[in-house]
Design a protein around this ligand. Sequence first.
Ligand SMILES: [Zn+2]
Length: 208
Amino acid sequence: MVFMKSRSEFRFTAGRLSLDLAATLRRRPSERIDVLAPEGASARWLRDAGLVSDLLTLSPQQEVEIIALREAIWIVADTALHGDSLPRDAVMLLNTNACYPLAVPQLDAVTGAIRFIADNPFRTALASIARDAIELIGGPQRGQIKACEQPDCRMLFLDTSQSSRRRWCSMDRCGSRAKGAAFRSRHRPEPSGEELGGHGHGGEKQGA
Ligand SMILES: [Zn+2]
C-alpha cells in the first residue's frame, strides 16, 4: 500500500498508517508543528501514504475532515495506551469514516504500479485510515502502541521490535537526542569542590 515513502516530505515511521496520520501534528506536548498546515499538504500526505493515485484538490471541508480524523485517532490511541475508557465522540468519528467503501487496487501492466479506482477517492482514503485505526485499537496490537519517551515529542508508534523495547519515534531524531543528552550528562564537568566522580562512567545502558 505504501509507496513513494523515500521521496516524501512526510515521515511514515509510526508503524501504522493511522498513527502516521496522528503523527503529522508533531511535538504535541511542546511547540507543536502541524506538517499538514501548508497549502496542499493534506492532499500530498494522502498521495504519499499510497492512498490515492493522483493528487487530490481538497475542499476546505475535506481539509477539516482529515484533521478531525487525525485528532480522533490520536485521542483514541493515546487513551487506549493509558488503558482508559475510549472517548465516545472520537470513536464515533472513526466508525463513521470507516463506513465508506475502500478503493479498488488495480495493477498497471506498463508501470507495474498500483492504481486505485474509487468513485470518491477522498472518502475511500479516509475509510482506509479509519479502518486501520479501528483494527489497531480494537485488535491484539493495541498493547504495542507506545509514546516516544522524549517528553517534548510523545509521538505514538507501534512497537514491532523483537524485544518490544523500542523507546523513540525514530533513532535519527529523538533517539539520538536522548543519547546525546545522556552522553553530555555523563561527561558534564563536576562542580568545583565536589570531586565525587561517582556517576561519571560506565553509564546506563541505552536500549534501541
Ligand atoms: Zn520522538
